[in-house]
Design a protein around this ligand. Sequence first.
Ligand SMILES: [Zn+2]
Length: 134
Amino acid sequence: MGYDELLEDAYSKMPEKAGSGERFDIPVLDSFNEGNKTILKNFQAACLKIRRAASEVSKFLSKELATPATVEGDRLVLHRKLKPEAVNKKFEEYVNGHVLCKQCGKPDTHIDSGSGQRAKMLVCEACGARGVVR
Ligand SMILES: [Zn+2]
């Protein structure tokens, strides 16, 4: 077998490229404790990945974790000592409830809080589904 054939053989054994049905990987927040605070180092990057405003996500975390939260540059500072698992569990809840489409599971969504609507809607750009956000 020549080199080209080997290469072709290797390619054919590779898994299919990102197609439909691929699960979205929820970003993991990188946190550490500083005194009585919890710092999330990659907060902005994580928000960018889920396409939500840092202010929105921090509001949710602040409420759910019952602690004030301050966005400082790329980081989020929670004014309480929290375990990384506790923070990430809430972040995952946010992503599941406010980002991932209930119909197709894709993260290609946005929140529609347009006038005349009492509830915020999660609108999927992939399949067009609309659902009420808790
Ligand atoms: Zn969808």
